[in-house]
Design a protein around this ligand. Structure first.
Ligand code: ADP
Ligand code: MG
Length: 362
């Protein structure tokens, strides 16, 4: 591989976090989801190297200094501090894809809260691979970049994630949701009416079990697909999965995503909230990925003016998202935060989010 010229000045790349408005635990079954890239993002500032043939990195949010050889030979899982595994994963995924990563010094800064289900990890991975491919002068399309970022993240964490988060970060359009078809690997922007907005509420619990329980759920629905003789549940009919709650969630969730996108396009905004509420019930009762704290966040959102609410992301802690009248967003945020405080949460986290543009150089 040809050695890459090292950066001489500094350059900056960004990638957004995301909420998933509807369509969770469908991506790894070739299904549909409807995320929105948000105005919380990870920035990676790339400066000239401080050590030869090494990518060094520090983070404004995480302690410790990371050093990874540009050869991509380091096993990402062995890197300490642990967040450096994302840097090592990105370097080794790039090298294996023929992207020569130059020696450089990285500074990471993110406004995506980590471990909350807003995909701070993909914001970081996508920002890194977009930076590395640009520095190497390699042009990949947005889907290949998403695959590369997913590869980096799987190397870093060992968790076999779907492409939802990376696709959202790489296809975001301001004030739009994205209808993702995880089989066709397409992302279609769907406009959010001006009158509507979203509010994020942290459940108060980190996503602790997410890795192991995620892999277990994934194995369960893969087994159902195999039993039905299907590659994935994308083509399963509702009656084929009526008796299996896990598979039933996947199949009904795909239908809810379609219905949500159709309602948005047709301006039938009354239909949106109930679809989110039904999605949460399915994730809680059929898929078994909610927690009492997530249920509480959803209940508080609904009690304080949200039109619909559900957990967002993989569940097992992290955040809930509420659909609100945009001019009520601040009011809903304040009321939910007060209610959480009254319920004993020491530092409630709630904020409004807007749809943001895709990852790229700043
Ligand atoms: P989520 O993606 O839902 O935020 P994850 O557990 O998948 O939660 O990812 C969180 C991990 O991503 C952190 O533990 C850390 O390793 C990495 N990470 C996220 N943000 C940053 C940051 N600003 N600096 C360094 N590492 C980060
Ligand atoms: Mg993550």
């Amino acid at each position: 591989m040809v050695a890459q010229p090292e950066p001489s000045g500094t350059r900056t790349w960004r990638a957004p976090g995301r909420i998933n408005v509807i369509g969770d635990h469908t991506d790894y079954q070739d299904g549909l989801c409807l995320p929105m890239a948000i105005d919380r993002e990870c920035r990676v500032v790339v400066a000239p190297p401080t050590h030869p043939e090494t990518v060094t990195a520090t983070s404004a949010q995480m302690p410790g200094a990371v050093a990874v050889p540009t050869a991509g030979t380091t096993e990402p899982a062995s890197v300490l501090p642990a967040w450096g595994r994302f840097v090592a994963g990105a370097v080794s995924a790039c090298i294996d894809r023929g992207v020569a990563v130059p020696a450089c010094g990285l500074t990471v800064t993110s406004t995506v809260p980590a471990g909350s289900g807003l995909s701070s990890s993909s914001a970081l991975s996508v920002a890194l691979v977009v930076a590395f491919t640009d520095l190497a002068g390699v042009t990949l399309d947005r889907v290949d970049l998403a695959r590369l970022a997913l590869d980096a993240e799987v190397r870093a964490t060992g968790v076999p994630g779907g492409l939802l988060d990376q696709m959202a970060a790489l296809h975001g359009v301001a004030d739009h949701l994205l209808l993702l078809d995880c089989r066709a690997l397409t992302a279609e922007p769907v406009a959010l009416p001006r009158a509507l907005g979203f509010v994020v509420v942290h459940s108060g619990r980190p996503r602790t079990l997410a890795g192991s329980a995620y892999a277990q759920r994934r194995a369960e629905v893969e087994a159902v697909a195999r039993r039905l003789g299907l590659a994935t549940l994308r083509d399963a009919a509702p009656e084929q999965v009526a008796d299996d709650p896990r598979a039933r969630h996947v199949v009904t969730e795909n239908a809810r995503v379609r219905a949500f996108a159709d309602a948005l396009r047709a301006g039938r905004t009354d239909a949106l909230g109930p679809l989110m509420v039904a999605s949460h019930a399915s994730l809680r009762d059929d898929y078994g990925v909610s927690t009492p704290e997530l249920d509480r966040a959803v209940d508080l959102l609904m009690a304080h003016g949200a039109l619909g609410a559900r957990l967002t992301g993989a569940g097992f802690g992290g955040c809930a998202v509420g659909l609100v009248q945009r001019n009520h967003a601040d009011d809903v945020v304040a009321k939910v935060a007060r209610a959480l405080e009254a319920a004993g949460e020491p530092a409630p986290v709630a904020f409004a989010v807007r749809g943001a543009d895709a990852a790229g150089e700043v």
